[in-house]
Design a binder for this molecule. Structure first.
Ligand code: GDP
Ligand code: MN
Length: 380
């Protein structure tokens, strides 16, 4: 789950990370009011969960509260990378001397959190990583020891931070680490962390991703979820306890088991196709769940074929077959469907499906090949 900038900054602030004064507004009048309170010179920032808002025109400086109102009107009417802007953050404008990047995320290969910093802040960090990877300093954090003071000092030196800022940088990095650890975040990022003209360190931007699997112990964070920005299909899937992630391909996948779902996606790619989604219907999925899954898959208009790959263990194949038939009756799919059923009651499952004009397959390879063929408009 990703947090909006204003939410991330509120959390940062609670941990002692300095942020600009400011508040979030849902309409231009509110934005004007906030700008007045802040003395007129403000930055109006679209609150959407994508990077590069600045380049897209979603971050604008206003010299007066009047102008803040006008810019808020403009920005609140925008769509940035397909996402409608529903809120703007109105922050006091600051004069920037230097922009730094500071973030913490998980480093899977070393299985440790990694702190990353760069003197080239403000721009896309992926861009820096591609262009000049040596400009990004990385420090691994021992999860038991936490971020050590000497590590932060090393980072300060490596990014050529002037010495007067070391002390505040070290406590800021320590605070960011505590945010990361205590909120079960998978990413905390300040880009840019700035040195202002009046010689302060300030977190001008904030980004946080929280591990969905930890949300059960962060009720306060869970309720910050912004349903507006999630794909409707993903919200629907969560309601049915389905793990669904929308992708860009044309072959819809319905699979039981996360590992099998990954393998199915891999093998589709191996035979030249692209999966339209990841979907794990889980063990013991009944007919209603299967129907919901099929509805969700077919709500994606890119889908040209559906591959159903079920290993029947806990989920019996006949039960799945009945679910598929019920779902077909309800959803009336207009794309070919390929089904591979193996396991408990597979025979009966296949018999049930035989009349429903579904393409069946014995092996996963066969199923993948057939899906790719029919997705391209060929015969199975
Ligand atoms: P992003 O483009 O979505 O990452 O949004 P940011 O919050 O990082 O803002 C992009 C850029 O806008 C920053 O790198 C700054 O250069 C600039 N910016 C943001 N707030 C201020 C401000 O208060 N004053 C000035 N002068 N520039 C700002
Ligand atoms: Mn930024």
């Amino acid at each position: 789950m990703n947090l909006h900038e204003y939410q991330a900054k509120q959390i940062f602030s609670r941990y002692g990370i300095p942020i600009p004064r400011g508040r979030v507004a849902a309409n231009p009048a509110e934005a004007k009011q906030i700008a007045e309170e802040l003395g007129g010179k403000v930055v109006v920032k679209s609150q959407v969960l994508v990077g590069g808002r600045g380049k897209a025109g979603g971050i604008r400086l206003a010299k007066s509260s009047q102008e803040a109102e006008e810019l808020a009107t403009l920005i609140l009417g925008m769509e940035i990378k397909g996402l409608p802007v529903r809120k703007v953050l109105v922050d006091e404008a600051v004069s920037i001397e230097k922009e730094i990047y500071l973030g913490i995320t998980n480093d899977r290969s070393s299985r440790k959190p990694v702190l990353m910093a760069s003197a080239e802040g403000g721009v896309d960090i992926e861009e820096v990583a591609a262009r000049s990877p040596d400009k990004i300093i990385k420090i691994l954090i021992d999860p038991l020891l936490g971020l050590r003071e000497y590590q932060s000092r090393d980072v300060a030196v490596s990014i050529d931070l002037p010495k007067p800022f070391w002390r505040s940088f070290i406590s800021l990095a320590e605070a960011l680490w505590r945010v990361y650890r205590e909120t079960d975040a998978t990413l905390v990022e300040i880009n840019p962390l700035v040195i202002t003209n009046d010689q302060r360190l300030l977190a001008l931007d904030g980004k946080m991703s929280i591990d969905d699997n930890a949300l059960f112990r962060h009720a306060d964070l869970a309720e910050k979820r912004d349903l507006d920005v999630e794909a409707p299909a993903e919200i629907e899937a969560r309601k049915y306890g389905l793990s669904y992630i929308k992708l860009d391909g044309e072959i819809g996948c319905m699979v039981n088991g996360a590992g099998l779902a990954m393998a199915t996606m891999d093998i589709i790619k191996l035979y030249g196709g692209y999966p339209a989604n990841f979907l794990d219907i889980g063990g013991g999925a009944g007919a209603d769940k299967v129907a919901a899954a099929l509805r969700i898959i077919l709500s994606d208009t890119n889908v040209k074929a559906v591959l159903i790959n079920i290993f029947g263990g806990i989920t019996r194949c006949d039960e799945v077959a009945r679910g598929i038939l019920a779902a077909i009756g309800e959803v009336q799919p207009n794309v070919p469907m390929v089904v591979r059923l193996v396991g408990t009651n597979a025979e009966e499952g296949r018999r049930l499906l035989a009349d429903a004009q579904l393409i069946t397959a014995e092996t996963l390879v066969e199923a993948a090949q057939k899906s790719v063929q029919v997705a391209r408009g060929g015969a199975a």
